[in-house]
Design a protein around this ligand. Structure first.
Ligand code: ADP
Ligand code: MG
Ligand code: MG
Length: 205
């Protein structure tokens, strides 16, 4: 299977629509264990991404992802802007000037993105952050490369997002709450769930 510029654009547009719809929900999650701006941050950033990519013709997936990353870096404050921004920039570098990619290329690009998030935020698995969704989903994609079951990606992503509820936050604002962060889904894990669910939705065809 090959993934082209059209599919990547469609994914980003669908993700934007989802984030606009779920803005309140993400804000509620961040209200519980953060400062209540995650929905606003994501909705604002991806609205800018949507406008930017809609009005630009791209010849490479790298250029499309780079614009996405730069837009998030410059338009979104907080922790999530630089983290998602870095993720898209790392993926852009990994894919480079290809105009279509295999699922192996895509998995490698997402792995590079995850490494970028980890390097920038210094968080690890089970710290109750977006990484708790990213890492297991990408591991699944890596291990299953050319035979990815996208419904399994969706199931796994949802499960890992839900599992952040039981964790005590060790990174980000929620870490200030210590044990009081337990019992709430991490907002960044929830937006990351949309990231992977919308990707799966486009690629399962
Ligand atoms: P802020 O906390 O600065 O207001 P957001 O509310 O937009 O930023 O994003 C919060 C989310 O960012 C958290 O739910 C968490 O998933 C993620 N996050 C925060 N710090 C880190 C980090 N160091 N590494 C990875 N993810 C992080
Ligand atoms: Mg916040
Ligand atoms: Mg904030």
């Amino acid at each position: 299977m090959e993934v082209g510029i059209v599919e990547v654009k469609l994914w980003l547009q669908k993700l934007n629509r989802k984030l606009q719809q779920e803005k309140e929900h993400l804000t509620d999650l961040d209200q519980a264990i953060g400062d209540g701006d995650h929905g606003l941050n994501m909705a604002r950033g991806f609205k800018e991404v949507s406008i930017k990519i809609e009005n630009t013709d791209y010849e490479t997936i790298g250029a499309l992802l780079k614009d996405t990353g730069m837009t998030l870096l410059t338009k979104v404050g907080g922790a999530s802007g630089p983290l998602y921004g870095t993720a898209f920039l790392k993926a852009a570098t990994s894919i480079g000037d290809k105009s279509s990619v295999t699922l192996t290329d895509l998995s490698e690009a997402l792995e590079a993105a995850l490494e970028g998030i980890k390097a920038r935020g210094k968080a690890n698995l089970l710290d109750k952050t977006m990484i708790d969704v990213w890492e297991p989903v990408i591991l699944y994609m890596k291990e299953n490369r050319e035979s990815i079951d996208w419904d399994e990606v969706i199931r796994l992503s949802n499960e890992k997002m839900e599992a952040t509820k039981e964790l005590e936050a060790r990174k980000g604002r929620a870490a200030y709450l210590g044990k009081r962060s337990i019992g709430h889904i991490d907002p960044g894990a929830a937006s990351s769930n949309y990231f992977f669910v919308e990707l799966a939705d486009v690629l399962k065809g």
